[in-house]
Design a protein around this ligand. Structure first.
Ligand code: NDP
Ligand code: ZN
Length: 356
């Protein structure tokens, strides 16, 4: 049996390199080898915040671009040697939840999230992709392997926030949290035609990139209550939409205090700790304010990836701005993941673009 190397969660708070068997490929599946990989804040929630419970020798990672190495006998549109985009979320497309439009939850809550959750992830020399025809997307030549990794999770998650918020022309939107996910929410919000866009974060580098993506106002949560800061800038007028992409459970309370009747609070943040979310009764219109609170896991799948790739191919979005720390060796993954955990102030996103 051939074996491969991978960076794994060994248990709570512990990561390490392990050797495992190369995964077997079923008739509809593919085996891929990464061309570029990126660690994610979600990997940090998994290992160091214990968000999904204990895991032993689970290979981490869900963001990669890749080359197809092997396909199952029933795979129609992909063959060995193809360059592909790997969505972080790889649903079971036949499930009733998928047919109902919520493929993220195929066969149960969040079950579309398989990499580094219910099976080994992309931090390996090889990884398995279920339902290759539905979940892989061909990577256009115009997109580099490093940029393509941002199509796995950062672009689809941030844009999902803008979609959940149903951002419309001219609207005023607050994006709370401007790490890579929030920055993609800013970019998606601007592409959907928002007017004024407030970006909430404290790191200067992220603030600069938020402005480059089209944010009009910066709010630093370390300078005092963000509700007061936004209200002051708005001369008391509520905003149309709030997208949550950082901070803790308190952000729901803050968002409801800022948004207008009939507005939307859209969460794409992964709530790694805490128990209950509190909603302020009066500002929620005594329960009758038509303020919608929604939250969603990014949609995966081939169609979504192919369409998002066109946003890059046609130069509507430069994801290169997110890639602040670049590495070239597989072994550098560990440093990349620890950077994601420690969040130095100049970090947005590390990427490991493999050269051989
Ligand atoms: P980062 O940690 O890089 O960014 C978090 C942002 O939130 C930063 O801008 C930070 O500010 C800001 N922030 C921190 N505390 C507060 C606060 N109290 N009030 C307001 N803002 C605050 O995370 P990522 O961008 O990588 O990821 C964001 C979240 O999205 C994570 O929880 C991640 O797991 C989740 N996620 C969700 C997915 C989905 O499908 N829904 C998929 C992928 C990720 P600063 O650092 O500048 O001080
Ligand atoms: Zn991720």
């Amino acid at each position: 049996m051939a074996t491969m190397k991978g960076l794994a969660m060994l248990g709570f708070d512990k990561i390490g390199w392990i050797e495992k068997e190369v995964p077997e490929v079923g008739p509809n599946d593919a085996l891929c080898r990464p061309l570029a990989i990126s660690p994610c804040t979600s990997d940090v929630h998994t290992v160091w915040e214990h968000a999904i419970g204990d895991r032993h020798d689970l290979i981490l990672g869900h963001e990669a671009s890749a080359e197809v190495v092997e396909v199952g006998s029933l795979v129609k549109d992909f063959k060995p040697g193809d360059r592909v985009i790997i969505p972080a979320i790889t649903p079971d497309w036949e499930a009733v939840e998928s047919q109902a439009g919520f493929s993220q939850h195929s066969y149960g809550m969040l079950n579309g999230w398989k990499f580094s959750n219910s099976k080994d992830g992309t931090f390996a020399e090889y990884f398995h992709v279920n339902q290759a025809d539905g979940n892989l997307a061909h990577l256009p030549d115009e997109i580099s392997a490093a940029d393509a990794v941002m199509l796995s999770d950062m672009v689809p998650t941030g844009f999902h926030g803008a979609n959940l918020a149903e951002v419309a022309y001219g609207e005023t939107v607050v994006v709370i949290g401007i790490g890579p996910v929030g920055l993609m929410a800013v970019a998606g919000t601007v592409l959907r035609g928002a007017g004024r866009v407030y970006a909430v974060g404290s790191r200067k580098r992220c603030q600069e990139v938020a402005l480059a993506y089209g944010a009009t106002d910066l709010v630093n949560y370390k300078d005092g209550d963000i509700v007061e800061q936004v209200k002051e800038a708005q001369h008391g007028k509520p905003v149309d939409k709030v997208i949550l992409a950082g901070g803790g459970l308190e952000t729901f309370d803050q968002a409801v205090r800022m948004v207008r009747p009939g507005g939307i609070v859209a969460n794409i943040n992964y709530l790694g700790t805490g128990e209950y979310i509190q909603i302020p009764r009066v500002e929620w219109g005594l329960g009758m304010g038509h303020i919608r609170i929604v939250g969603g896991l990014m949609p995966g799948g081939r169609k979504n990836m192919e369409y998002l790739a066109q946003v890059l191919v046609n130069k509507r979005l430069d994801v290169g701005r997110l890639l602040t720390h670049r590495f070239s060796r597989f072994e550098d993954l560990e440093e990349g993941l620890l950077l994601m955990k420690d969040k130095p102030r100049d970090l947005i996103k590390p990427v490991i673009e493999l050269t051989s």
